[in-house]
Design a protein around this ligand. Structure first.
Ligand SMILES: Nc1ncnc2c1ncn2[C@@H]1O[C@H](COP(=O)(O)OP(=O)(O)OP(=O)(O)O)[C@@H](O)[C@H]1O
Ligand SMILES: [Mg+2]
Length: 275
């Protein structure tokens, strides 16, 4: 099954607006929540019975690193706060919740992530893997999902709706920030702000391009074993407008980046939250 990128982007941009404006949308049936505990951000996504985004909230976080909970109490507090905020907005209690794990994580760490969601007051229904969550939003059953987050580049190969191969290697947005700080002789905080400023892309992208090529090299190695027609890129570190072009040149296949790449996995976790 192929990706209907127009429909997918509409949904993502709608979800982005809901988060930015702290708004809710009318919903049908029971609400379900997806909790994405990332290295850089915690994102909660609420969807209705038709998998339409209803509301969402996000918070910058350092409580989880590459799928490992490094500050349990902090993680529970952050998720609880976002849950409270959404419940107040919706005037409704959020019950069913799902979370996700990056590819290749150890079972003890899976349990810790599930416990965070339960301790924050959700009834945990599902722990999905991140690429499966992303694939649900993209509406794909085949191809490679590449998640470039804060700490790592994760590759997952899907075939007939099943994840048949995954790998997750260091190199993410954090590395871009470090390279930028080194080049401009500024603090990582300033480099982070500069990196995310679209008006600075012409000063930023040439400096971080080698990091993007390193990410592409990681992906290429996996694709040698598992060739695909299309690579779908998600995660915060692919936000640059020139990102796909570098990937396409390096990989020699088509690269699709959905609108709001930061929100694909969170929304997909909510869509996978089933009884
Ligand atoms: N507009 C932007 N331009 C460039 N980079 C961005 C932008 N917005 C966010 N990022 C970067 O994206 C990264 C976070 O992405 P994301 O939220 O997908 O990661 P995560 O899920 O928290 O981390 P991980 O998947 O590695 O555990 C950070 O390094 C951040 O600096
Ligand atoms: Mg992530």
């Amino acid at each position: 099954m192929g990706c209907d990128i127009i429909q997918c982007n509409e949904k993502l941009l709608e979800f982005e607006q809901l988060i930015e404006n702290r708004e809710k949308k009318h919903w049908k049936g029971t609400l379900r929540t997806g909790v994405d505990l990332g290295t850089a951000n915690i994102v909660l996504a609420v969807v209705d019975e038709e998998n339409q985004p209803v509301a969402g909230a996000t918070f910058p976080s350092t409580v989880v690193r590459d799928g490992i909970v490094v500050d349990y109490v902090g993680a529970v507090q952050a998720v609880t706060k976002l849950k409270d905020q959404l419940e107040e907005l919706l005037g409704e209690t959020l019950d069913a919740g799902a979370c996700a794990i990056p590819p290749g994580i150890l079972s003890g760490n899976v349990k810790a992530i599930g416990n965070v969601v339960e301790s924050a007051g959700f009834r945990l229904t599902e722990i999905v893997d991140e690429p499966t969550a992303a694939a649900a939003v993209l509406g794909i059953t085949d191809g490679a999902v590449v998640d470039v987050g804060g700490g790592t580049t994760g590759i997952s190969i899907l075939e007939n709706g099943k994840v048949i191969y995954t790998s997750d290697e260091p190199t993410g947005g954090t590395h871009m920030t470090l390279v930028l700080a080194g080049f401009y002789g500024c603090s990582t905080q300033d480099a982070e702000i500069m990196k995310r400023d679209p008006s600075q892309e012409s000063n930023v992208f040439p400096v971080v391009k080698p990091v993007v090529e390193k990410m592409a090299a990681i992906v290429k190695r996996s694709l040698e074993k598992y060739p695909v027609d299309t690579v779908y890129v998600v995660g915060g570190a692919c936000c640059f407008t020139q990102f796909e072009a570098v990937f396409e040149k390096y990989l020699g296949i088509s690269v699709v980046k959905p609108a709001a790449p930061l929100l694909v996995t969170p929304l997909g976790i909510a869509m996978n939250c089933t009884e």
